[in-house]
Design a protein. Sequence first.
Lengths: 253, 265
Amino acid sequence: MTAKISLRGVTKRFGPKVVLNGVDLDVAAGESLVVIGGSGTGKSVLIKTILGLLRADAGSIIVDGQEVTGLRGAALAAHRARFGMLFQGGALFDSLPVWRNVSFALPGGRTAELRAAALDNLARVGLGADVAELRPSELSGGMQKRVALARAIAVRPEILFFDEPTTGLDPIMADVINDLIVELVRELKITAVTITHDMASVRKIADRVAMLYDGRIIWSGPRAAIDASGNAYVDQFVGGRAEGPIQMQLRRA
Amino acid sequence: MTGPLHDLLGVLQAIGRFVLAGLGSIGRLAIFAWTVLSRAVLPPYYPARLVEQMLVIGYFSLPVVGLTALFTGSALAQQIYIGGSRFNAASTVPAVTVIGIVRELGPVLGGLMVAGRVASAMAAELGTMRVTEQIDALSTLRTDPYRYLIGPRVIAAVLVMPVLVLVSNVLGVLGGYTLAVQRLGFNPARYLTTTMQYLKTDDVVSSMVKAAVFGFIIALMGCYHGFHSSGGAAGVGRATTNAVVSAFILILLSNLIITVIVFGS
């Protein structure tokens, strides 16, 4: 099997802090991979490095057989054009109405055509035409996530990244978002990489799970194996226990 | 190692760190400016964004720039009259006012007022976009943030600042004229004739050149600090302050350089 995305020895540091310390990871075409890990372990840095928003200090990132770590200019833009991304906070453009946000990356056309395409994508995420003219600030958190999802799929990307898709949402809305992700990934035949620490999301979205800890992927396996991984770090994370090999840096009084 | 030598080395290290940090900042700013200029000339272009920014920077700055010029022109005429009277040179009010306004006060005060209003707004807007990942989102939506966000702002500022300063100059001279005629008893026709007699092409050209340079500085500082802001709301606040302070300093420095180059000989 040839991997759609393949990382080998990817390293990224910010000053003295090493965030990614030799990440090896493969994502198969059409697969939904979920990367789990605690806050601040570099999950967002990982997908931003693949996208080329951050530059890896060392290592190799290959997408569809092409090395992408050194890309610049038009080649980097072409690389990014294959991806869609749902940002943690939605990252909707405040100054534009919802429909312009959704149609932002669509090729230029008449306003009516762009608006129709935006409404079609909004319908895919369960939103009606009544929200099209609203500003993002007029929407609830869950609706913002859904609009951001509509924007991410509007250009029909080959690969979709989801950065903490359910953070800040109530459990019911989080489940709605998870269902949407599963449905869209299957329907549009997209390769998906999700980063999250929400285990409900993991159990719903993932075909395969990988755990990032201390700058490396320390375990990966199918979703069904997550509860019997045999890895103490994964067990502690999945169980949500304070006791275990993962020690939080807490200052005691 | 202890004693005075250790202290001296500590001071030298501090100076060295300061100089290196300064040189690093200049280098980063130069790269940013080059990136903006080299990408702004290439398609895709965003004419609607350019017009929008011309309105924001130019049209909406007219009241503050106009009032500043009007009041400053009047105060300048009054001061020249008081100072000139001591040497029996009160009649120099029209000439000195027009030269002072067009060569220096019009562009500098206009530039500072626009910097306070626009550089801060640009830094705050782009800074907020940075910390909420909207700039990253642009990059993933097939849009170059340099071309979409920064190019139109820089080009608009360079284009509209000369117009703003032209208005500022006219209103500054008008302020001086009004005070001189209404309060100091100058003959209106002679005041205007003397004003036009002493106003030279070089004065107007230098004023316009200064305005364009100031426009570039204002937009560049606002965009640079906003684009590179980090650290949430506090980071955006710092970016806004840095944008205004650095724009003020660079405007005053570049004004001095242009004045020396144009009028120094």
